[in-house]
Design a protein around this ligand. Structure first.
Ligand SMILES: *[C@@H]1O[C@H](CO)[C@@H](O)[C@H](O)[C@H]1NC(C)=O
Length: 396
């Protein structure tokens, strides 16, 4: 009734506006890779189709969505480049992306799926299958001509990234890498590779700040999470780690000029059958890097070989560090509420640089046993304090 009172041009405007809005959301904002020629058969190379869908989403002035339906999509190495016209691209994956079973395709030391200079990208769901088993076999048989292998998923120079519900299996090398990124949130991620697969780190962070990794399961042949130079304000919480090499800051100090690592929190992590629990590791070489303000809180160790370890004398085969002490300065590292079982007698090991001893190491409420006995601690060039119940007896 009251409509009759509106002037006709106004009604027209309303209808036109609502229609165009309706069409623009329906038409231009969701890009299904199938429409771009992707084939869910696991054999047809769908790289071009994915790239074309990305180009559309990236050039959209509005928030855009890419949809990958169920099925297996074969992808070669691909870079999704940024400087997009919008800052909200969501990629929803119901299917599986698989790398070539010929590891020489992606394996020349690169990355399989790379996002570069993107801002506001989210990935939801999906399985990434790096098909790394043949390459691991090559490497484990000590053949000389095996390629390095590819990282499965890498974000470079990007910000405002969100990854949820993603599964990454059988990566050739590292599964997920954040390099030069800010404001990243990763949650409910599931990472799996064989316990004897070489260099299959779960998540690697370097030159990045404000990265959060929560509520995830990581089982690999190398570090569950590795933290490289230039990492600042990293938050890790609620992780199940193992098999693997644990959570490691380092290896650091390979370079003489190297950005430091600071403000890292690792909280509520269960390590099961891992080589290390919480580790800080640096090469025994000159470097001006540092590690400071690190908090390891509420960790459960289940049969872990080195539950708490600082190793500043890393130098495999005694090559490339002739008699040199590490230059990495380690300070203010807190271990609080760390409990469980060690698979070796020495459960706490601080082997610091003779040139720059560790200082401000705090142990608070630590209880680690070895074969139902209190385990042992060993200190070299380490200073700090023990608070509350600390077993093994502190050697600080
Ligand atoms: C330390 O990192 C947390 C996130 O992990 C951040 O919220 C906090 O502001 C950072 N603190 C400093 C002093 O940078």
């Amino acid at each position: 009734m009251s409509n009759n009172n509106y002037p006709l041009p106004f009604l027209f405007l309303l209808i036109t506006l609502s229609c165009s809005f309706h069409f623009s959301t329906a038409k231009s904002s969701t890009y299904n890779v199938i429409k771009f020629g992707a084939k869910p058969d696991g054999i047809t190379d769908s790289t071009k189709a994915f790239l074309n869908a990305w180009t559309k989403a990236c050039s959209s002035p509005y928030p855009a969505a890419i949809y990958v339906p169920q099925g297996k999509f074969l992808l070669g190495t691909v870079t999704f480049s940024g400087n997009c016209a919008n800052k909200a691209i969501s990629i929803t994956i119901d299917g599986t992306l698989i790398a070539s079973s010929n590891y020489r395709v992606a394996g020349k030391g690169g990355t399989w799926l790379r996002f570069q200079h993107v801002d506001g990208v989210s990935i939801r769901g999906g399985v990434l299958d790096g098909q790394g088993t043949a390459l691991w076999k090559c490497k484990n048989s000590n053949k000389k001509n095996c390629p390095t292998g590819a990282t499965t998923l890498e974000f470079i120079g990007s910000k405002n990234i969100m990854i949820t519900g993603l599964t990454s299996i059988n990566s050739q090398m590292f599964h997920v890498v954040f390099n030069g990124c800010q404001y990243v949130k990763t949650q409910d991620v599931n990472i799996v590779a064989a316990g004897n697969s070489p260099n299959t780190d779960g998540i690697h962070v370097q030159m990045s700040s404000h990265v959060t990794i929560i509520h995830s399961k990581i089982r690999t042949g190398d570090d569950c999470i590795s933290i490289g130079p230039g990492t600042n304000s990293l938050w890790i919480e609620n992780i199940e780690c193992g098999p693997g090499h644990g959570i490691s800051i380092g290896s650091l100090g390979w370079e003489l000029n190297e950005a430091g690592v600071q403000n890292v929190t690792v909280k509520r992590v269960t390590f099961t059958g891992t080589q290390n629990g919480v580790r800080i590791k640096s090469w025994g070489r000159a470097s001006n890097g540092f590690v400071r303000n690190i908090f390891f809180q509420d960790a459960t160790m289940v049969n872990v070989q080195n539950p708490i370890v600082i190793d500043q004398n890393y130098c495999p085969n005694n090559k490339n560090c002739p008699g040199q002490a590490s230059g990495i300065k380690i300070s203010d590292v807190t271990y609080e509420d760390i409990h469980g079982t060690s698979a070796t007698e020495v459960a706490v090991k601080f082997d610091c640089s003779s040139k720059y001893p560790c200082n401000g190491i705090k142990l608070k409420d630590v209880k680690l046993t070895y074969k139902n006995q209190i385990a042992e601690a060993s200190c070299n060039h380490a200073a700090g304090a023990a608070l509350g119940l600390v077993q093994p007896h502190s050697c600080l």
